[in-house]
Design a protein around this ligand. Structure first.
Ligand SMILES: *Cc1c(COP(=O)(O)O)cnc(C)c1O
Length: 386
């Protein structure tokens, strides 16, 4: 029997034709397609500015720099995320801390954040930036986070790497609430161009800083020059940026996919609902649902309910993998990684995250997953847990 991956990109003939057209054109990088993709993405997410970059790790790094993160800054994020959500602050010379998750939504807990802010304020240790993560595609509690950001004066950088196309209170993520929102177009994500990322914001000056940082801090716009231009070859490096550019090939691929976003999201949603029904009787905690937000369904992550079964996650994981089913675990809490332990974090620091990690399993979910494949996942999982 064929093996079933936990995620798989969908590349259509139309996607391939869009990339081929770029290959036959004059510019393979720094051309017009990147701009077209940025405009279409911004429109789809109802946000004023979108700046495409080489990957979401760079997007987080440059967004932090553009938000003023540097040595002495404090950045807080969720321990249940990919390491990039925390590493971005360290690249800027800032210190990182974590806020434990809400065990129901698996996103950064607003209550734990409020406690931590109240504790930090009298000590003068409030964060400069908080990076909530839309885990599995479910938008975090953005309205409450915005209120805390306004009250305590920190910037909100939303890591929506899982949440392209998701919405909160009827509006797409990135359209309101956060100061900047980051998306990923890595191969396993909602839309993909193999590697790619985006910073979206309504702040024109912030977008301009990210644009400059993605290409060495260089400008060729005469209106921005600090010195007089001696001729048409002239450009100026005004800040220290990096090369985080995305290519025309990648922009063409992900722009083509953006046209199918609603269709792909509907298929993910239907498969998630089907899992909900098929798994209802198993000793599992199913992914959370909230009436006020629509998930992008990047992941379908279940928790094995220790109160109802003695079977451990490790055993279930091994049995599913043995049966050719590509389950995965999202995530190993960042603070438990050796690198972060050496920075002073310890096991036990964020108990809700650690409890979640010990029990979770991500089941295969991608737009082309068939009902037959899904039935096989359910059947193997059912017999493991029986
Ligand atoms: C994938 C991911 C990233 C990093 O994205 P890349 O495009 O691979 O750099 C960051 N944060 C989260 C939550 C992710 O899932």
């Amino acid at each position: 029997m064929d093996s079933i991956p936990y995620s798989r990109q969908e590349i259509t003939e139309a996607d391939i034709a869009a990339v081929s057209a770029v290959l036959r054109s004059e510019l393979v990088t720094q051309g017009p397609v990147v701009q077209r993709f940025e405009q279409a993405f911004a429109q789809r997410h109802a946000v004023a500015h979108a700046v495409a970059v080489s990957n979401a790790t760079s997007a987080l790094h440059l967004a932090c720099l553009a938000l003023g993160v540097g040595p002495g800054s404090r950045v807080w994020t969720s321990p249940i995320s990919f390491v990039a959500s925390a590493n971005c602050a360290l690249y800027c010379g800032a210190t990182v801390d974590f806020v434990d998750i809400d065990p129901l939504t698996r996103n950064l807990s607003v209550d734990r954040l409020r406690d931590k802010l109240e504790d930090a304020e009298p000590r003068g240790e409030l964060p400069d930036v908080v990076i909530p993560v839309d885990f599995a595609g479910l938008p975090c509690d953005l309205r409450e986070l915005r209120a805390l950001a306004d009250r305590y004066g920190f910037k909100l950088l939303e890591d929506a790497s899982h949440a392209t196309g998701a919405s909160y209170l009827g509006a797409p993520v990135a359209s309101a609430w956060a100061d900047a929102t980051v998306f990923s177009f890595h191969a396993v994500k909602i839309l993909t161009c193999a590697e790619g990322g985006m910073v979206a914001t309504n702040d024109a000056a912030l977008a301009q800083r990210v644009r400059s940082l993605r290409s060495h801090g260089i400008t060729r716009d005469e209106a921005e020059f600090e010195f007089a231009s001696p001729g048409a070859w002239y450009y100026e490096q005004q800040t220290l940026g990096v090369n985080a550019r995305i290519t025309e090939l990648q922009a063409a691929l992900v722009l083509s996919q953006l046209g199918r976003l609603d269709d792909m999201q509907a298929r993910r949603e239907a498969l998630a609902e089907r899992y909900d029904t098929l798994l209802a009787k198993l000793p599992l905690l199913l992914p959370p649902r909230r009436d006020d937000r629509r998930s992008a369904w990047h992941l379908y992550a279940v928790e094995i309910d220790a109160a109802r079964t003695p079977v451990r996650r490790e055993a279930a994981f091994a049995a599913l993998r043995e049966a050719g089913i590509g389950v995965n675990v999202h995530y190993i809490p960042i603070h438990t990684q050796p690198y972060y332990q050496r920075l002073g974090f310890a096991r036990g620091d964020f108990p809700a995250a650690e409890r979640y990690y010990a029990r979770t399993l991500s089941l295969p979910l991608f737009p082309a997953l068939t009902h037959e494949q899904q039935d096989r996942v359910v059947s193997v999982l059912g017999s493991v847990l029986a």
